[in-house]
Design a protein around this ligand. Structure first.
Ligand code: ZN
Length: 280
């Protein structure tokens, strides 16, 4: 189709740069991976990404006026396309939009955001509902996510708005968080958090299949099949997750909270335990 427009979505990671080519209905047409080459000022990442995009445009035979724009997801805080610092890709005092724009031969619309916030915006758009306010909570090794208010990413003053993983949540276990504080939501609400809970309560694990090496999925599977110890861990975990959801709800009042990440694969079991512990 001649009047078809294209959009690129770029996810900059510490080891891989993922590039997706989309049509104007957000359908993924093709995807590409390139290796992240980190130099002193992170400029190689920009050069490699832009070269790859130009190559794809040539390959697919479309011109600049068929390119609607490029969205760039960055592993660090972004405020108005500007990054103060990122530890893993060396973008410091770095304007993402300008750095990419200047390497293209013609004007290109470029938007950038933090990767977790970009994921939240993506979920929000693809839900295709009438809601304007969405929260994404990603339950992985840590807790990530993002907050969409009035259809816009909540970046905050310096780009660290919506750091759901560091909501102060626990004053009992006081597990250390990667951020240097104790009791953040991800110390009890992530896969790592579940593991810390298992270690703490291990003396109660008699007769359970759960060990300190069990994955979050194994713990949820054991709980589903009635393992008492696994059920206890899942209950504690869910109580915290419910508290986190509740805290976010009373502040943001979103239409939707979406759970993503590995632990969300526990499905209805997680949601039901979450609701059950919330109203206990
Ligand atoms: Zn923290």
């Amino acid at each position: 189709v001649k009047d078809m427009n294209y959009t690129f979505g770029v996810d900059i990671g510490g080891t891989t740069i993922k590039i997706g080519l989309f049509d104007n209905e957000y359908n993924l047409l093709d995807k590409y991976d390139i290796t992240t080459v980190r130099n002193i000022d992170g400029s190689q990442i920009v050069i490699d990404t832009v070269n790859k995009i130009k190559e794809i445009m040539e390959d697919k035979k479309f011109s600049y006026d068929q390119l609607s724009g490029i969205g760039i997801a960055v592993p660090g805080p972004v405020k108005n396309n500007f990054i103060i610092s990122t530890a893993n890709i060396n973008w410091n005092n770095f304007n993402v939009r300008e750095s990419f724009e200047e390497l293209f031969d013609e004007p290109v619309r470029i938007v950038s955001a933090n990767d977790a916030n970009s994921a939240a915006l993506g979920e929000h758009i693809m839900m295709n509902s009438n809601s304007s306010n969405t929260v994404l909570i990603t339950l992985g090794t840590g807790i990530g996510g993002g907050i969409i208010i009035n259809n816009k990413i909540l970046e905050g003053q310096t780009g660290v708005g919506g750091e759901i993983g560091h909501v102060p949540l626990d004053e009992f276990y006081n597990f250390e968080c990667g951020c240097g504080r104790v009791g953040c939501s991800e110390t009890v609400g992530s896969a790592r958090g579940i593991n810390l809970l298992v270690k703490y309560h291990l003396s109660e694990a008699d007769g359970s299949v759960i060990t300190t090496r069990s994955s979050a999925q194994q713990i949820f599977d054991a709980a589903k099949s009635g393992d008492e110890f696994a059920l206890k861990i899942v209950d504690i975990y869910s109580k915290y997750l419910a508290k986190l959801s509740n805290t976010i709800s009373v502040i943001i009042n979103p239409e939707t909270i979406i759970f993503g990440g590995g632990i969300s694969k526990a499905g209805d079991f997680l949601i039901n335990t979450n609701s059950r512990t919330l109203f206990k």
